[in-house]
Write a protein that binds this ligand. Structure first.
Ligand code: HSE
Length: 431
């Protein structure tokens, strides 16, 4: 048996403790599978005296996480501190510069600085591994980068945020409003007290930036992403989606187009028959379309101590076994800048809901705006009859058009006097 791999863990929150629980609970099994033991030798966190689900007193304690990088018995640093800069960045840089591989779950760090850190890792001859950063327990980094290495990947589509998927599922199942479900999810501990990272789409966007980088051989370019969250989704839109045969999901989509690479996170209407429509609650899923394999679907828990710890341990085992792959699938020097496709060039069908006066001529005015923008209507629902001054909904779906044309129609429609609330739109994805 080879010498043990000395592991330092920085950050002892949910994922840190989940990782240690697996490393300690499966010690012999992992040693047998890797041909060497994986030994936690040192840890660091903000507070030493905190109650934790795993005992950590047996490990050497470092107040300063960055000092882990210099310790002689540390062969690999596990960065689970989080955040796109601060101690997470300082530790990652220090470890790579010291010639030590880094395993991280830090999607924000890599979405913003993945190119720089991949170059630093390669310059120092070490691995930067991040399976736990994308979709928790689903081994999607390995699947996309290694298992599907023989493919030109045309499209990656994912449900990448369990909190949003849980909220949308609960809203649909119980006909409840976003704010109400979010408040309950926070009370139950399913959603963060500060939920914007999740519900405004940024967490999913961090993950998509990494998947897009692997799929397209580009540097992660978080700033190029189009991002919308789920706050504006109303129960009425969920009900209309059902009626039209769709389901609403927050998707991250990376796609090669003739205009460049689309990278977008926003709520979508997808056919109820699509496999992704069946992914409910806190689950994540990623659908990959490769030119050789066709379509593959990867489903599993996207968060939690044991699932995310499982992904961290997988990276550690790769290191222990001597497996090496470039962080984003090609050597860092070959990563392309990646031409981002403008959203105005996006082509697809749209759902549109208007709250309008119930009187003759309204539909003609709306139709004229669509006609003038060159947008073709596929279907329409208007069945309520106003008994008071209350506006009534008109719902339309369009044939495929460009976002630029649809935006033009939307601006004109929104300016009509008969339109009483800002129009709501959702992009329809056929997948
Ligand atoms: N907060 C994320 C989610 C998990 O709700 O899916 C960590 O990225």
């Amino acid at each position: 048996m080879n010498a043990p791999l000395g592991v330092a863990v920085a950050g002892l929150g949910t994922v840190g403790c989940g990782t240690i629980a697996i490393l300690e609970g499966r010690k012999e099994l992992l040693a047998a599978r890797c041909g060497r033991a994986l030994e936690v030798v040192a840890v660091s966190a903000r507070r030493a005296d905190k109650e934790r689900p795993v005992p950590v007193a047996r490990y050497r304690w470092h107040d300063d996480p960055v000092s882990l990088a210099a310790a002689a018995d540390v062969d690999v640093v596990v960065e689970l501190i989080g955040g796109e800069d601060g101690p997470a960045l300082a530790l990652t840089r220090a470890a790579l510069e010291a010639g030590k591989p880094v395993v991280t779950a830090n999607k924000a760090l890599l979405a913003h600085r993945g190119g720089e850190l991949a170059r630093l890792a390669e310059a120092n001859g070490v691995v930067l591994a991040y399976e736990a950063a994308v979709a928790g327990g689903i081994p999607i980094v390995k699947a996309l980068r290694d298992g599907l290495v023989g493919n030109r990947v045309e499209r990656v589509v994912g449900i990448l945020n369990g909190t949003c998927n849980y909220i949308l599922t609960t809203m649909r199942e119980h006909g409840r409003a976003f704010a109400d479900v979010l408040a309950e999810a926070q009370a139950l501990g399913y959603a963060e007290a500060e939920p914007s990272l999740d519900v405004d789409g940024h967490d999913a966007a961090h993950k998509l930036a990494l998947l897009a980088a692997i799929a397209c051989g580009t540097e992660p370019t978080f700033d190029a992403l189009h991002i919308e969250g789920i706050r504006a989704i109303a129960p009425i839109d969920i009900a209309f989606a059902e009626e039209l045969g769709y389901r609403i999901k927050l998707l991250g989509i990376a796609r090669r187009t003739s205009h460049g690479i689309e990278q977008r996170v926003h709520p979508c209407m997808i056919p109820r028959s699509a496999p992704l429509a069946e992914i409910e609650g806190v689950f994540n899923a990623v659908q990959v379309h490769g030119d050789a394999v066709g379509t593959t679907l990867h489903v599993g828990p996207g968060a939690g101590a044991a699932p995310t710890g499982s992904a961290v341990v997988a990276d550690l085992c790769d290191l222990a076994r001597g497996f090496r792959a470039p962080a984003f699938g090609v050597p860092a020097a070959m990563l392309q800048a990646g031409e981002p496709a403008p959203m105005s060039a996006h082509e697809g069908a749209y759902y549109l809901r208007l709250m309008v006066d119930d009187r003759p001529g309204v539909l003609a005015d709306v139709a004229a705006c669509l006609r003038d923008a060159g947008v073709s209507v596929e279907s329409m629902i208007q069945r309520h009859r106003a008994t008071t001054d209350q506006p009534v909904p008109i719902v339309m779906t369009t044939h495929a058009t460009t976002e630029a044309a649809f935006d033009g129609a939307l601006a004109a429609i929104g300016a009509l006097a008969c339109v009483r609330e800002p129009p709501r739109m959702l992009r329809i994805e056929t997948l």
